[in-house]
Design a protein around this ligand. Sequence first.
Ligand code: EPZ
Length: 419
Amino acid sequence: MDKIVIEGGTPLSGEISISGAKNSALKLMVACLLTDEVLTLTNMPNLRDTRFLGHLLANFGVAVKDGIGNISLHAKTLTSTTAPYDLVRKMRASFNVLGPVLARAHKAKVSLPGGCAIGARPVDLHLNALKAMGAQIELSEGYVIATAKGGLKGAEITFPFISVGATEHSMLAAVLAKGETVLNNAAREPEIVDLANCLNAMGAKISGAGRSEITIEGVKKLSGIKFAVVPDRIEAGTYALAAATVGGAVRLVNVRSDHLGSLWPLIAQAGAKVTMDENSVLVERHGTPIRPVDVETQAYPGFPTDLQAQFMAMVCLADGVSIIRENIFENRFMHCPELSRMGANITVTGREAIIRGVPKLKGAQVMATDLRASASLIAAGLAAEGTTEVGRVYHLDRGFEQIEVKLGNCGARIKRVSE
Ligand code: EPZ
């Protein structure tokens, strides 16, 4: 199994090009199931999760052609309507095939995803939305067996709380439904807007994406198109925070700075300088101390849970006490014991972590526990004195394209070692 080995203490200096967003690409790939024509995605990140979803789609009869930075998906006919446990268990986003397969084939059998390291993550909102659209849903032996005789029907759906996945899944199911669907209390993340833009370019009629109320007027057929995946705001935020944590100057290019509106003032509050122009963001910290900053995670446009671990790595080195509250997932503090192994002073009580800044971190052997936690350990390792070894790197490969190469190009002493 690979590990990442870091010699800490060198400031970062250079330019990093941001890849297409994993969490958008995964839903855009699923949209291919809604048309018998070819969907080509460009600005595609090459990640374990996207490759894995390619296998799952192939299992449904989709012809998958992988290029460099692009992918073509052709679901001419669906040869299967079942997503088996092994394929859904390894990646929760696979569950989102249920709605599109149901919309197209009027039946689908998809394994329930089960919990994961960051929380229980139920799918009740997804299933309730499909039921409201007329699906008959039966749960049997760990599978959702859904049927919609005569197809799905438009419905008014009010989510009890905001869910990115349930909003996307409902959109994917509703585009081919008969009549109008209204989603109230919908998620507003840029990935939702990206999916709506792609579906609309395919011929769907979605309005309001990016706002709390989304309206979808069902259409009979969608067409194939070419569509560019939005830049990854979480990858961009991760490198911005790494620059603030380690020090130096990093310019992010191919970035949508407007998608990180909650992050920039907090990085500035922590003592780094953020300069933006139309196409890039420069993050710098040259010797000024890191100041403590409190933050709580929220649905977009609030501070993203997917940057919480990386933010924590930064304030571990602050000149004072910071409080981080995790509101989205109930168990997303697994990086805390690992950061503590490097000398951080963190106390977790329920959904809150109190971080008492320390003057320095020390390299250690640590274990990645989930995707974003892995990135926080890498930033901590780059800032620490001595050698850090991050194990279980497969988490990292799910969502960061060539992280060691991108950081290495900025002068970081980081390498991947195969054992
Ligand atoms: C998406 O997960 C992202 N994943 C997550 O990124 C991200 O952390 C999350 O949105 C929040 O921004 C993908 O896009 C593939 P939710 P999702 O539905 O859609 C509860 C990463 O590191 N809930 O908004 O699963 C749920 O348990 C990943 O890239 C229900 O109770 O998130 C959670 O507490 C991790 N019932 C909360 O809602 C449901 O039916 C928000 O989850 C659905 C969700």
